[in-house]
Design a binder for this molecule. Sequence first.
Ligand code: GTP
Length: 597
Amino acid sequence: TDLSHIRNFSIVAHIDHGKSTLADRLIQETGTVKDRDMKEQLLDSMDIERERGITIKANTVRIEYDADDGEHYVLNLIDTPGHVDFAYEVSRSMRAVEGSLLVVDSTQGVEAQTLANVYQAIEADHEIVPVLNKIDLPASDCDRVAEQIEDVIGIDATDAIRVSAKTGEGIHEVLEAIVTQLPPPKGDRGAPLKAMLVDSWYDSYLGVVVLVRIMDGVLKKGDRIRMMSTGATHQVDRIGVFRPQMESVDELGPGEIGFITASIKQVRDTRVGDTITHERKPCAEPLPGFKPAQPVVFCGLFPVDSAEFEDLRTAIEKLALNDASFSYEMETSAALGFGFRCGFLGLLHLEVIRDRIEREYDIELITTAPSVIYHIYMKDGSMFELHNPADMPDPSRIDRIEEPRIKATILVPDEYLGDVLKLCQDRRGIQLDLTYAGNRAMVVYDLPLNEVVFDFYDRLKSVTKGYASFDYQLTGYRADNLVKMQILVNEEPVDALSVMVHRDRAETRGRAMVEKLKELIPRHMFKIPIQAAIGGKVIARETLSALRKDVTAKCYGGDATRKRKLLEKQKAGKKKMRQFGKVDIPQEAFISALKMD
Ligand code: GTP
């Protein structure tokens, strides 16, 4: 296809605003999938998805469209990940296309996530077509939402297309807008191959599948290619496009989007944003902006049952094969034994991996406090990155500690604004901006990432009854008065509970933690002091009194069933406990103790 008849685009939308439904509708309207096959087809791919346990990128699709101008066009839709943790991946997929449809639910309005992604689209110089969805619903208010798009995002929404992805109304206008409003891609067929690696995933039949956008040159089956960031070379054994099912083609030229397979062993060997070129006739320069995925949040994962360490190793290694942004190394903890220190793109990423280990591999885990990467500047002029509070050097040798900061954008209905401001203030936030659009406020805060990684999102949801939306970007490092706080249980430091805190907040945090632990740790036959300390200095203390009687003593003498049940319950509870010195600490204590109310 010649470049002037190609249009490449992505869809920017908040979860549930109708991205998938609209994509399906575009596919159906253009006959890419015949009407009567539609249901079957999509169901089919879902079955395959389930069977093979893979994600078919149904939203990355090549659509053939005969436009009103009588010309035939190829439209390529690329799917973009929707979550804040994957901002870098979003930025790469945006670079692979020239335009975006901004889909906003006309019964709802703009959300923070939409904002973050639309800014990425603007940064990638996209032409943006606003689309107001769900006009079939009585609550639809297009004028209000169009105004909000103009106020909050600052793009013209007077001609926003009004559609119902459900009934199909307005879909033809969307296709015409893609053709008439979005620019065609640029590229030079005669130049050396320059292709962007947009995404990759593992398919159990095909191995690693790589989604590419050709910038210059032509990619053919059998070509020997080179990944410019690593220098690794491969032979292309399959090349194709998604309609939305995979279909082989002979070649991909400039401006085109498709997939290749090349006997690549692991997804880890493919890096989003990397430049793919020919081994023999490489391009001079890679595409700008590539950066290898950098984990920003670290935590320790330990098996509750130390006999499961090898199983945990296997699980982690397997998961890492398919996730280049997840890092791990072995860690030993005085209290928890052998485990792994793992790095994640963000909290959601952490939760996903932890859940998969627990569910798919059936290993119960103790997760230690998530920590960000601190920059520790020593008095001798050296600097190192602290990933684990347990590795803190002697404070007397430290010149200063810098922590990562973020710019957080929160959109919230007026009535909850006060609570949101208080939450941000409590987390050492500095307000940067506050604007209103209709009855919603947009607040921008500069916050320490450390204060956000744990339970900020949960707290935000609870103080706003779920009505706030939140997004953030890392902005840089800044020095602050940070200290390591230790927790001592029965005079023994429990390293897994050590956290970095701001000095001014240490007492409050420490007191909250020891109070929580007092509730969470069961009573023993002896008295247990629980303390929070900085250096050698105790800043908070609680005492768990000794257990006087056997627990079963409070059962009615003769009731054997009841007694047995209680003992069984105790035994089940035991499994989830770890012994620290002479004290049993239940698994949930490690997470709960860190949550602040
Ligand atoms: P995620 O897949 O969760 O990211 O959501 P999405 O943005 O892809 O939204 P999806 O297409 O799954 O739509 C969300 C819900 O809205 C579904 O229940 C759709 O059936 C419904 N929906 C989408 N478009 C319309 C519309 O035009 N009208 C109505 N009434 N419902 C719609």
